[in-house]
Design a protein around this ligand. Structure first.
Ligand code: FAD
Length: 368
């Protein structure tokens, strides 16, 4: 067969791009090395509960066109992400807001909260932060740092905050209203029935080969393609010729609790002390307001990335940024190969940004 496009990776980027090109009359073949489509937004029904198989995914955007796009593919509920933090048995609302400050300091008004935090910042006397600890304290004071930032960040990065560079935390938004909505975006929700249906609808009428890895596929296929969209790791594509880009990984441990109806009362609970080995527990049924028999919970453990496990978070520091730019130059020289998505562009893209980027790439392709 002769196809216009080979799409490598059936994640959100690959799905949106394939759909758009198919709509434009182009023939597409999608290959995916995993045994399922949807990439990291994959959800699977277990005991009547949609389980987010690669970590909690909350859709949020201020891009009206993207919001309309996903709403044409699934029915979104009005879920609002309001995580709770647990520190040594104490409970705090996130993001840092008046509810948090009331629980931490016993203050009731924004003026009182600002005063306590300003005093702590002044007392710490950090003028030129040299590490993440100093940076966080200079932004939010010692109590917020000690109870809510320190342990969580150390677990995420596997290093002491004093050994981490300050730029990791550029801002620590402090919200002086009683508002537990984690995101500032205009639109937010969870697709009722999970995310996988979005990928299924986007790929309807497009041939997909699962369990198919790009390099191996190239050696055996007799099909031809005018162009390739590659959404895997860009450094892997170029056989790490300049070295390996760094990622952070995660390990998920899921558990079905048949006799438990409501384990933690919230979809997302963060554990901010370092001694608890996981960073958060997700209770999936709360994304769809408690449907299902029993409950499924998932503990998330941060993990080092080594070749072979999943590259979840690009490490967007100077060193990796410079390395990525070298690969980007090689990518531009390829001509008939496009690179897209979180791994292909080495960018921490949220879902809405992935859709926007894939739509833009498809629009540019249609113009050619
Ligand atoms: C833990 C976690 C939580 C997140 N939470 C949110 C959230 O709450 N809200 C939000 O908006 N976003 C969230 N995101 C981001 C979201 O997952 C991404 O925006 C989106 O999944 C990226 O889609 P993608 O297609 O770029 O990448 P992916 O989903 O990674 O898809 C790439 C696909 O390519 C396949 N592939 C790679 N290499 C090859 C190869 N050589 N051959 C064949 N196939 C290959 C992979 O198997 C994968 O299926 C989260 C991400 C993570 C990791």
């Amino acid at each position: 067969m002769k196809y216009d496009y080979l799409i490598v990776g059936a994640g959100l980027f690959g799905c949106v791009f394939s759909h758009e090109m198919k709509q434009a009359g182009k023939s597409c073949l999608v290959i995916e090395k995993r045994d399922h489509i949807a990439g990291n937004i994959y959800t699977k029904e277990q005991h009547g509960i949609q389980v987010h198989m690669y970590g909690a995914h909350i859709f949020h955007t201020s891009d009206r066109e993207v919001w309309d796009y996903v709403n044409a593919l699934a029915d979104f509920n009005n879920y609002i992400n309001s995580p709770v933090a647990v520190y040594k048995g104490e409970l705090y609302n996130l993001p840092f807001n008046m509810n948090t400050f009331h629980a931490l300091f016993g203050v009731n008004t924004p003026k009182e909260a600002k005063q306590v935090i300003a005093e702590q910042i002044k007392e710490a006397g950090v003028t030129n932060p040299q590490n993440l600890e100093q940076q966080a304290i200079s932004l939010a004071g010692t109590t917020v740092y000690e109870k809510l930032v320190k342990g969580y960040t150390e677990k995420q990065w596997g290093r002491d905050c004093r050994e981490l560079p300050p730029f990791i935390i550029k801002r620590l938004p402090l919200r002086y209203t009683y508002d537990n909505n984690y995101f500032n975006d205009r639109y937010q929700g969870i697709p009722v029935g999970g995310y996988t249906q979005i990928a299924e609808k986007l790929l309807a009428d497009i041939p997909v080969r699962l369990g198919t890895e790009y390099k191996a596929f190239l050696t055996e296929t007799e099909d031809t393609f005018d162009k390739v969209l590659y959404t895997g790791m860009i450094d892997e594509f170029f056989e790490y010729c300049y070295g390996q880009l760094e990622y952070r990984s995660l390990r998920f441990e899921s558990e079905y609790l048949p006799d438990e109806d409501n384990f933690q009362g919230n979809a997302v609970v963060n554990y901010t002390e370092r001694e608890v080995p996981y960073t958060r527990i997700i209770e999936h049924k709360h994304f769809e307001f408690g449907k299902g028999e029993g409950t499924v919970i998932t503990r998330e453990y941060p993990a080092a990335f080594t070749r072979g496990n999943e590259p979840y978070y690009p490490v967007n520091d100077e060193k990796n940024g410079a390395l990525y730019r070298k690969y980007e130059v090689l990518a531009k020289e390829q001509g008939n190969i496009l690179f897209g998505g979180r791994l292909g562009q080495y960018k921490y893209y949220d879902m809405d940004k992935v859709i926007r980027a894939a739509l833009d790439m498809a629009a540019a392709e249609k113009e050619r």
